[in-house]
Design a binder for this molecule. Structure first.
Ligand code: HBI
Ligand code: FE
Length: 290
């Protein structure tokens, strides 16, 4: 049953019934009416914020998924996703080992956690649940640039593990797929929008990342990203801003990241929120520097 419980590893989720690749059936029929209500509540809140703060790709992807009325069925979503980008969702008990996670991505399978957060933790979770994984990540899987980037990221994973560079690769994921911002042309000129799943599945961080005038935002630069540590227990203190989603692929597509890792190994780590000498925070064109 998709109820949060804690496994022997200390992770939430039911790992006992999972296959070797950590997948299991979604068992959609075991979600209770209260869980579907909770999903609708989360969906209503976040989709309203997404309308003003999310990147165009996210808004379009979300609309195509048609998941406002309750916890979605992964098999139904898979029909939409397969047609769009050839990805598919697989249900998992929760957080899975890095190597297994990479293997799924490399084969265009996106692991989606089965359990839903409880009523008392609507605003904040450390581990991914079905709302984070589905609402946050799946809309972007419908974007071809993100779909291709994630496959390449999965393929780069095994190599990074072998090279002892997993921390650097993980930061690229963290500051894009989880907490990425993008500068988009809209009806009222250029605007800052969120596309990262960690942002868009959190009401507080959606507002904070896009609206807070004091938080540090930098233009996306893979070499800078991979040096930048991150926090998993609070809002991010540094965000990176893409010009376009294609930039993900353009700068990383070879995903022979060895030169980047070699550089990263010699560059001193940067604390979240720290600005280095010579760096200029991102600002929208025409806006005075704070
Ligand atoms: N497992 N279910 C799940 N979701 C993730 O986002 C995830 C994971 N395992 C490993 C992992 N992420 C990251 O540590 C890698 O991207 C490095
Ligand atoms: Fe995530």
């Amino acid at each position: 049953m998709p109820q949060p419980s804690t496994s022997a590893s200390g992770l939430r989720g039911e790992y006992e019934g999972a296959r070797e690749d950590y997948t299991l059936a979604q068992d959609w029929h075991t979600y209770t009416p209260a869980m579907h209500d909770r999903w609708r509540h989360l969906y209503a809140r976040q989709s309203a914020l997404a309308a003003t703060h999310a990147a165009r790709s996210f808004r379009e992807g979300l609309a195509r998924l048609d998941c406002a009325n309750g916890i979605p069925r992964f098999d139904e979503a898979n029909r939409v996703i397969a047609t769009a980008t050839g990805w598919q969702l697989v249900a998992v008990p929760g957080f899975i080992p890095d190597a297994v996670f990479f293997e799924h991505l490399a084969h265009r399978r996106f692991p989606v956690t089965r359990w839903l957060r409880e009523e008392h933790e609507l605003d904040y979770l450390v581990e991914p649940d079905v709302f984070h994984d589905f609402f946050g990540h799946v809309p972007m899987l419908l974007d071809p640039a993100v779909a291709d980037f994630l496959e390449l990221y999965g393929r780069a994973g095994a190599k990074a593990m072998a090279m002892g560079a997993l921390d650097m690769l993980a930061r690229l994921y963290w500051y894009t797929i989880e907490f990425g911002l993008i500068c988009e042309e809209g009806a009222n000129g250029r605007a800052l929008k969120a596309f990262g799943a960690g942002i868009l599945s959190s009401a507080g961080e959606t507002r904070f990342s896009v609206e807070d005038s004091a938080v540090l935002r930098l233009p996306f630069d893979p070499a800078r990203v991979q040096r930048t540590g991150y926090r998993i227990d609070t809002f991010q203190q540094t965000y990176f801003v893409l010009d376009s989603l294609e930039q993900l692929i353009a700068q990383l597509s070879a995903l022979d990241l060895s030169p980047l890792y070699a550089e990263g190994r010699h560059a001193p780590p940067v604390e979240p929120g720290a600005l280095l000498p010579g760096e200029t925070p991102f600002t929208l064109a025409g806006e005075p520097n704070p």
